[in-house]
Design a protein around this ligand. Sequence first.
Ligand SMILES: C[S@@+](CC[C@H](N)C(=O)[O-])C[C@H]1O[C@@H](n2cnc3c(N)ncnc32)[C@H](O)[C@@H]1O
Length: 280
Amino acid sequence: MQALSIRELLAGHRALPGDSPRLDAELLLAHALGKPRVYLRAWPEYQLTDTQLVRFRQLLQRRMRGEPIAYVLGIREFWSLDLKLNAFTLIPRAETETLVETALAHFDETAIRALDLGTGSGAIALALASERPAWRVEAVDIVPQCIFAASANADRLGLTNVHGIVGDWCHSLAGNYRLIVSNPPYIDPGDRHLEQGDLRFEPRAALVAAEHGMGAIKQIVPQAAARLEPGGWLMMEHGYDQRRACGDLFSRAGFIDVKCLPDLAGNDRVTIGRRPAEPS
Ligand SMILES: C[S@@+](CC[C@H](N)C(=O)[O-])C[C@H]1O[C@@H](n2cnc3c(N)ncnc32)[C@H](O)[C@@H]1O
């Protein structure tokens, strides 16, 4: 095999798809070498071994076919936590940090029982658990491989206050929670974006819900209302155009102080509501 240096291999980065081909090429090469990215700058003349070259080319081919860099590397950063992903987990999104910020703004360090419905890689549950070590955070997903990923991420990050549960929304849960958060599937099955970009490679069950994307939210809101302590909060991520439908569901389920918060791009993203406190 022809010997090639880091500099020579990175020179071909323009062939990669997406908005950040140079960065992606560096991430893939660093991954193939098992080194941090800074190594590439320090040793541009280093010539790869045959094994390293084969590994790099395999990663490159997956990316050239359009597979998201997060799946090719098997890792994505969320809330400054490096989360390992598998083929069953959604790639955590920056806009979901709005949900984490909102939850943290409403609750201090005091120990509470919190629940993350549809946890995927564990992104939201792990972010909350890392910021609030005294909380007990339960993380539910219907896909066992997601709970496997979330639990492995919790172990690797040393977050012993997260507990994974395989289940269908609230059906297998007991007791009540002070806080329930969820980023459920909310895309309309007919949405043409499903055939474009990263979405093509993500699990449909994590993305899509019937009834124009509202099916999962319609199930979760009343179930969560029954699982919250009086005064407890439900916080739900949803599509930019689902604000009204979501707010109506919250109000019909008896939630008060219902409001919608925007994400960093200014899109309606998270609806929150409180279960009324019991009359004293
Ligand atoms: C949009 S993904 C969110 C993943 C993760 N919370 C995040 O923000 O990156 C929705 C998740 O809900 C899970 N899910 C779908 N239907 C479910 C159900 N009936 N009960 C529990 N989880 C479900 C999917 O497997 C998926 O992991």
